[in-house]
Design a protein around this ligand. Sequence first.
Ligand SMILES: Cc1ncc(COP(=O)(O)O)c(C=O)c1O
Length: 489
Amino acid sequence: VTELDNLPARPEPPASLDPEDWAAYRAALHGLVDACIDQLADAGAHPWRPVPAATREAADLTDVSEPGGTDALAVTLTERILPYHSGGVHPRFFGWVQGTGNAAALMADLVASTMNSNCGGRDHGAIYVERAVIDWCARCFGFPPEASGVLVTGTSQATVVALATARLRALGPDVRSKGMSGAPRLVLYASEGVHHALTKAAELIGIGSEAVRPIALDARTGGMCIERLRARVAEDREAGLLPFCVAGTAGSVDVGAFDPLAEIAAFCKAQRLWFHVDGAFGAWTRLAEQPWRSLTDGIEHADSLAVDFHKWMYVQYDCGLALIRDERAHRAAFAARPAYIALQDAGLGGGDPWFCDYGTDLSRGFRALKVWATLRAYGTQRLGAVITANCRLAAYMGRLVMAAPDLRLIQPVRSNVCCFTVERETPSADPCSLNTAIVNELQMSGEAVFSTTRIGGRTVIRAAITNHRTTPDDVEAAIAAVQDALRGT
Ligand SMILES: Cc1ncc(COP(=O)(O)O)c(C=O)c1O
């Protein structure tokens, strides 16, 4: 006799997690929505702030055995969680490459959360929205209408999806069952300064980070040197390795440089190599005015593209896209239909596509809605105008830096990234540590958020403007704050 045999024949209904008092819940949620709108409408008054002890205490989950209730939750969310964001919403936030989000996508998030759709597959509204977003992206980047795609957490995951598909194309479908043992050694090529996401993806698909060949840059363009690429591929073929992919970058993380995508595309076609593009943020210059729009010429020839909505399309985290020209290769790399998810002819279990066939996730949220809402609410012309404005502001920042006697521009501003260093005559002053100290000081004071990177062996101050709230006043104030901080050191 087991415990189960002693259970009553008909169990009690469960205590549902729905509110007991819907009116009270409605009031609490309305209050919370008001607090969210208040904070968003006054984003300039809410820079990143260090997390106070009260919030760290509120985050603690040591004792959650008893229900706290949604009324108390709404208060804690408003007072302890909401104010302590990561800063990207603020108009003087230029650190790393971080997005701002937007008000239309906030609406979508509320709806997506209410619907709680699982977008791994089946036939329901969210699937049609995601397909529409992917089709729009295919048109935007000049991919054929039959191209496939899948929304993922971000470019890091999209790169894994793209490279896994390229690997299948190179080694055949057996790679899924047999793995990499005994397979030829695959190598892939990317410009120096490629984002680490590519290296990680190479590790994850089993070819190893040493299979990523860094190709030197052309000093004139700041992008990949095609002659170096040609020489390295020939050398690897000679050594018995199997070159299979070239990854071009549209917007390098350090300086916002662009590889010559059209030239790489022609090279890949001639050499029968997969052409991948890391366009995490820079691909969106496709929506901008000239001269920025032309930076991505050639992207339409890519076999795969990894791109983020959460950076320069101003959509809330997290949301990226793997876009693949050859739907059949994409599906062959991921599709599997065990009996419990077999396709039905009709009903909820029918429909096509099932997005679980195009990536690693079976259960997936309704990420597409916030992208769809952004496109619907603002339209591509307005989004393109903001992207153009961000490029102009980065160029303006570059000009202010060049005009300042105590600052020096490190590289020409090519898109939305501006890197510079302080320059002081005092022999004892090490510019690397001064740059780091100034960036820290401005973050702590809430005046502006820059980040740092290493260029030419030196730690420099870096601004990447992917911010629809930034104005020329913000850029002037941020550069003035750097100079003030320098004077104070
Ligand atoms: C050029 C580039 N590639 C890839 C990534 C990684 O993207 P994600 O953070 O969305 O995974 C980034 C992030 O900044 C990037 O700038």
